[in-house]
Design a protein. Structure first.
Length: 462
RNA sequence: GGCGCUAUGGUCAAGCGGCUAAGACGUCGCCCUCUCAAGGCGAAAUCGAGGGUUCGAUUCCCUCUAGCGCUACCA
């Protein structure tokens, strides 16, 4: 939605990596975010890899900046050093919890004089820095999506803005960065709505004008809990590996928080940019439904230009061990035809590979039910007729194979199905596949005949 | 415990005082068809509860309930 909004307004999308939590930091996760965004087609105008005038774009590289502003606040008497230890604070909280009191910091260090605090810092005592917030009043958040939301001051702490390890806290760092980076609009998940008043207090202390905020509804796991690895959270990377295409994922995700207002379900990014309006955003948390995503993926698989999905489809064939790089190079046309025939009846790229397996391997076993139903002794002469007729067919394309079958059906005064079903089973080993004549043409005359004859033998022996 | 946000079918979601309460996915039937899909047609299924306001509430107000979020030296 940030991407959409930036494009809609002809603005710039700035990507910033918020990595101030040294304990949770993993190198992997950042590359994964960047890779996923790129794969989805969500490009950014400033940020990692592309640079920009107001970098660095990793918070971990901006420590001096935060320190500078923290010091300014302390000197101005708007923030103060706190020497309370984590244990002490935890104990306080426990007591409040037991007494069913609101959990508030007791402001033990708020009244320590600047001089004394300085001395203790110089003496090497551990400290964090807290914002000295007003004791009374209220803070109003003017939200782009929720409207005006008011918070009473008495529910806020003198919260920490710099941790004892010298790193800023989230609520402080975002303010400094958003201001310095010239951010005008902040769109983020609803979990931050209650954080916004705190950030507003920081803007006030720093004498800065806040940007506009919009808080979007969250996406929940199927059991309504917050999305997490344990609860059905699937990374973009995983969807990709399962054979979903970026267009479908984007389209589906868009639909989870916004709609064009009419009955359309499928639309591409160009259309979405044109139609997108912030005030049409849903305020309700949504649960994502893989079934609909899968359906949508199937729609895109059929309608996307063939060349668009070919490269990605190749990966799935390679991974399944159906083909090799060399084979793909030598059989480019065949491969394209194959994918084109199969893609309309499956829903993921993985399924294209799955449903193509028999084009590469002669079936060694036939579907059991199919055998009982279609490989009867009475089909034997029919199949043999087909073999003879096909051998004489010099053209062997879609029209000619179909003509051959129609002719035999008419001559024997039977329905086409009586020929088609056993043939399909003979060629693919299954009772399910793309159109039979497509299959025959793709297999080629030699393969087709070979498989038919082998099925004839099978029926004779049973 | 405090505060905030949200509340229409199983899921997503139109609706913004008067409608037989759209549409999509899914489910179930039927049609088409060489199978499976796709496509076409149709069905079942919804306004969380209670109070107001009003001639009239899904729609406005209040309370409750539920879900989620914040309440961290996480973001």
């Amino acid at each position: 939605f940030n991407w959409l909004f930036a494009r809609k307004m002809n603005g710039k999308l700035v990507l910033r990596i918020e990595d101030t939590d040294t304990e949770r930091l993993k190198e992997d996760s950042v590359t994964q975010i960047l890779t996923s965004l790129k794969w989805l087609g969500l490009n950014w105008d400033e940020g990692p890899e592309v640079g920009g005038a107001v970098g660095p774009y990793y918070q971990s590289e901006r420590r001096e900046i935060y320190t500078e502003y923290v010091n300014k606040l302390v000197e101005a008497g708007k923030a103060y050093y706190c020497f309370c230890t984590t244990e002490e604070l935890e104990k306080q909280r426990e007591l409040q919890r037991a007494a069913k009191q609101p959990f508030r910091y007791a402001r033990s260090c708020r009244e320590i004089s600047y001089e004394e605090a300085k001395k203790r810092v110089a003496a090497g005592e551990h400290y964090s820095v807290r914002l000295k917030i007003p004791v009374e009043g209220s803070v109003k958040v003017d939200d782009l999506i929720h409207g005006e939301v008011s918070f009473s001051m008495d529910q806020f702490d003198d919260f920490v803005i710099m941790k004892s390890n010298g790193m800023p806290t989230y609520n402080f760092a975002v303010v400094v960065d958003d201001h310095l980076m010239g951010i005008t609009h902040v769109l983020r998940a609803e979990e931050h709505l209650s954080n916004t008043p705190k950030q507003l207090l920081v803007y006030e202390a720093l004498n800065w004008h806040p940007p506009k905020f919009g808080h979007m509804s969250m996406i929940l796991a199927p059991d309504r809990s917050k999305l997490s690895k344990r609860h059905g959270a699937t990374s973009v990377e995983e969807f990709r590996e399962q054979g979903y295409v970026a267009e479908a994922i984007i389209n589906y995700l868009t639909l989870l928080g916004w709609g064009p207002g009419d009955e359309r379900e499928i639309f591409d990014l160009t259309e979405t940019i044109k139609l997108f309006e912030l005030d049409q955003m849903s305020k309700k948390a949504a649960i994502y439904d893989t079934k609909k995503l899968t359906w949508m993926n199937g729609q895109y698989l059929s309608s996307l230009p063939l060349e668009r999905i070919l490269p990605e489809t190749k990966e799935f064939f390679l991974k399944a061990g159906l083909v090799t790089e060399e084979w793909l190079q030598e059989n480019e046309v065949f491969f394209a035809q194959l994918v084109d025939v199969v893609r309309v009846r499956v829903k993921t790229l993985q399924e294209i590979a799955d449903a193509s397996e028999y084009f590469f391997n002669m079936p060694t076993v036939y579907d059991e039910k199919g055998v009982a139903k279609y490989f009867k002794q009475e089909s034997l002469p029919l199949l043999e007729q087909c073999v003879v007729a096909l051998r004489e067919d010099t053209v062997f394309d879609l029209a000619s194979t179909e003509a051959v079958y129609n002719k035999i059906a008419t001559e024997n005064d039977i329905s086409l199905g009586k020929l088609v079903h056993p043939t399909r089973l003979a060629l693919t080993g299954r009772t399910v596949s793309p159109g039979l004549f497509d299959v025959m043409v793709l297999l080629g005359k030699e393969n087709t005949l070979q498989r038919l004859e082998s099925a004839v033998d099978f029926i004779k022996m049973n």
